[in-house]
Design a protein around this ligand. Structure first.
Ligand SMILES: Cc1ncc(COP(=O)(O)O)c(C=O)c1O
Length: 458
């Protein structure tokens, strides 16, 4: 089919995710023909920097030869088999290699195939665990406002982004949502945080979490958070101390801590996992996206022997964890994940990161000079710019202005895919992005923001 036919059929037949299709009445979607390293190429051969790592999963660049070779080899042997009552090489090797990167106590691996499901599994396991150990009243989950854990009904029960979950309120369970450590819009007084200068507070926001948890400690199953970086809620970066204190608080009350590392895992924050910055061990960690280097869908929920043992009993006792998916631990996806670990190890990926990260984090600060950039924040290979109508009051643009969308459209012209989160523009870069590539991406993003700023401010 020629390109015009394909694009016409797309509009006739396809409903895209997180997309108001009416936005494409007068324009075409970006047609991606192929990809290589940090670039996407359209049908005309125009290159675009994949600045958001294709929804936060591409790790070592597109089509990395080591991962591609692993996939090719696997295709010769075994394509798919159900994971109940059968097993195969990939997930076994993967679990044993991942153990080396995880805290010692995380030793039981439950595979699935996407990030939402990895979290859904953790919340179901935690919920059922408390029934098995004779504490059935623990049924409450604690999560953060602005948090995001997926789009299934279960994970939406934890979510704190009203635009996503609002329409489904009546269908989802109620979690206790605590105000987030959102420094720029601090729940304890914004004067304590200055963009570009950091915070001068004593983490008063953690006091809110502590109070809420202590008030209802006996009812709580688990606290669920994205460690250090809250992605979909606006790339909010919060202090490591918040996470370490949260871990201690959960331990004090015997409450599970579930860390959703779906987006932060596999190097994105500068360490293999975001929890490594705090040196903590949760009861569950949820991994997906970057697990295969971003090439194929795979997820895993990793937990402790203590949790596993609560389910380990004679069948007749009814303690089995009845949950599973057709493509659980798919052999080809598992091979891709092994390939990604090969790349981490053979190319010294984590060792190369500090120099790249300090460049990105240093350079992002200059964006504060742009009229519409209210806050800059970042961690690891992630940098974010919150657009505001007025810097002094930190007032947001009216949603009708669609400031983020304007930036996205202008960015495409310059060869950038700056898909925004409402009015937060961000870079979520593949770990392989070189300093020179970052310099170009930063220059083009700055240019884009300045040009759009000129059209939005009087
Ligand atoms: C922190 C976090 N958890 C869960 C998910 C859901 O993952 P998936 O889209 O694979 O279901 C995402 C996706 O962006 C995420 O960022």
């Amino acid at each position: 089919m020629d390109i015009e036919t394909l694009l016409k059929l797309d509009k006739e037949l396809i409903w895209h995710p997180y997309t108001q299709m009416k936005d494409f009445e007068e324009r075409d979607l970006l047609y991606v023909d192929r990809a290589e390293n940090v670039f996407l190429f359209d049908h005309r051969g125009k290159a675009y920097f994949d600045t958001i790592s294709s929804w936060w999963c591409i790790t070592h660049g597109h089509n990395h030869p080591v991962i591609m070779e692993r996939i090719r080899e696997q295709l010769q042997r075994l394509d798919q088999v159900q994971f109940a009552g059968t097993t195969h090489q990939g997930p076994i090797e993967l679990a044993s290699r991942l153990r080396g990167y995880l805290p010692d106590a995380l030793e039981k691996f439950f595979f699935s195939d996407n990030g939402s499901t990895a979290v859904e599994v953790a919340i179901k396991m935690s919920f059922q665990y408390w029934k098995h150990v004779g504490q059935p009243k623990r049924e409450l989950f604690v999560s953060l406002e602005h948090g995001y854990h997926g789009d299934t009904l279960g994970t939406m029960g934890l979510g704190g982004v009203p635009a996503f979950e609002g329409p489904f309120d009546a269908l989802t369970f109620d979690s206790l949502r605590v105000p987030a450590p959102y420094c720029y819009r601090c729940p304890a007084g914004k004067e304590l945080y200055e963009p570009g200068r950091g915070r001068r507070c004593s983490l008063e926001c953690f006091g809110i979490m502590e109070e809420e948890v202590e008030r209802r400690a006996d009812e709580i199953c688990a606290v669920v958070v994205e460690p250090l970086l809250m992605g979909a809620g606006g790339m909010l970066v919060y202090p490591t101390e918040y996470l370490s204190r949260l871990s201690r608080l959960c331990q004090k009350h015997g409450i599970h801590l579930i860390l959703d590392e779906v987006a932060t895992g596999f190097g994105r924050t500068g360490k293999m996992f975001a929890m490594d910055h705090a040196g903590i061990c949760p009861d569950f960690v949820c991994l997906s996206k970057g697990i295969t280097g971003g090439t194929l869908p795979l997820a895993v929920t990793v937990t402790t022997k203590g949790v596993f043992d609560a389910f380990y009993a004679d069948y007749s006792l009814g303690k089995t964890f009845f949950h599973g998916h057709t493509f659980t631990a798919n052999p080809i996806c598992s091979a891709a994940a092994l390939g990604s670990l090969d790349v981490f190890e053979s190319e010294g990926v984590l060792e190369k990161l500090p120099e790249r990260i300090s460049f990105l984090q240093g350079e992002k600060e200059r964006f504060l000079d742009i009229d519409i950039v209210g806050d800059v924040r970042g961690i690891g290979m992630v940098a974010a710019f919150e657009l505001v109508k007025d810097k002094a009051s930190r007032a947001s643009f009216d949603s009708k202005v669609r400031a983020g969308w304007q930036v996205y459209l202008r960015g495409l012209e310059k060869g950038l895919v700056l898909r925004p989160l409402a009015d937060v523009i961000y870079l979520f870069l593949p770990l392989c992005t070189t300093r020179e590539q970052m310099a170009t991406i930063l220059d083009k993003t700055e240019e884009t923001l300045k040009e759009v700023s000129g059209t939005l401010t009087p």
